[in-house]
Write a protein that binds this ligand. Structure first.
Ligand code: ADE
Length: 318
């Protein structure tokens, strides 16, 4: 039966991240040959690159179940214990945003990951004592936008640590074409490439833009999504040729107009923009950095000459 989902279910339908796919495939086959659980996996990189998709594929390829949660959703030790308790041998526990897990909860994971047991404190005050609960062998897959924010002891317990990279334009065009098939929508190759080049190297963005462009194409009764429709729709959406949206433009203009292009500290800039520092650091800044529009210096963030030229503003160095 054909699987009509935007998220592929098998490694061979996953587009891009070629080296990572090759390695993961070897680790999966090796674990299966030894009838062992896969070693714990840490996936890190910017949001929207397919970390959750990959975790689901890994579980599927291993032929095991996956339990999914996020770092901030685990509020009390009991929440984590409940999740661990449900695992069957070999299952995957996926923790997204694992860097946002509380320290006290993180510590429970150490023995669970290393030796498959947890110590739970039973009783109160004078009678309080730890009771050891064995766990089945399992695979923890952690995902984070910031590997640097993980504590060293937690990071050290992942046998497989992999960075996800931004996708090429060609890979994104393939993803857009595949997604259009899932939607049963026609798209021209040049239309797919145009969406791809405005998607900031990110499949999540590509799929979101495809949905909006499809709306314009359908309402205009176009038989297919062509280049003209993509350009028209993305202009309406204020997504420019490099995929920068109004927020990105606001960041660059604020840095230039209020701080002479920088240097400016991340917190100061976030406050000025009315954004969370974390949103700015994790979601907005990485792509501007990737395309060389912002650089990090010891004194703060600076707008580059390249960005001034793109914006058509005369470059003046601080
Ligand atoms: N959809 C989202 N990410 C994808 C990927 N990497 N490959 C195929 N389809 C996707």
């Amino acid at each position: 039966v054909a699987e009509y989902s935007l998220r592929p279910k098998e490694l061979r339908s996953y587009i891009g991240q070629e080296k990572l796919k090759q390695k993961i495939n070897v680790y999966i086959q090796a674990a299966k040959q030894r009838s062992e659980s896969l070693d714990h996996v840490l996936l890190y990189g910017p949001p929207g690159l397919g970390k959750t998709t990959l975790a689901t594929i890994i579980a599927n390829e291993l032929g095991v179940a996956i339990k999914t949660t996020t770092g901030p959703a685990i509020e009390r030790p009991g929440d984590l214990v409940a999740l661990l308790n449900e695992l069957e041998p070999g299952d995957v526990l996926f923790i997204d945003e694992i860097h946002r897990m509380q320290k006290s909860i993180e510590e429970i994971l150490y023995s669970a990951m290393e030796d498959y047991y947890i110590d739970i404190i039973v009783g109160q005050d004078a009678t309080a004592h730890p009771v050891r609960f064995p766990l089945p062998p399992f695979t923890l897959i952690g995902a984070t936008t910031k590997a640097g924010m993980l504590s060293a002891p937690l990071r050290a317990r992942f046998g497989i640590v992999e960075r996800m990279d931004y996708y090429t334009k060609e890979e994104l065009a393939q993803i857009v074409t595949r997604s259009a098939q899932v939607f049963e929508t026609q798209i021209s190759p040049t239309g797919a490439l145009e969406i791809a080049s405005r998607s900031r190297g990110t499949p999540r963005v590509a799929n979101r833009l495809l949905k909006r462009v499809r709306d314009f194409a359908e309402v205009a009764r176009k038989p297919e999504i062509d280049l003209e429709t993509v350009r028209y729709a993305l202009t309406m959406l204020h997504v420019d040729e490099k995929g920068l949206d109004e927020t990105d433009h606001k960041v660059l203009h604020t840095m230039i107009e209020l701080y002479g292009g920088g240097p400016v500290g991340l917190n100061t800039l976030a406050a000025n923009l009315g954004e969370e520092t974390e949103t700015l650091a994790d979601m907005i800044e990485p792509y501007l950095m990737q395309i060389g529009f912002i650089k990090r210096t010891a004194r703060g963030r600076m707008v580059t000459q390249k960005a001034y030229e793109y914006l058509g503003i005369p470059f003046t160095q601080n």
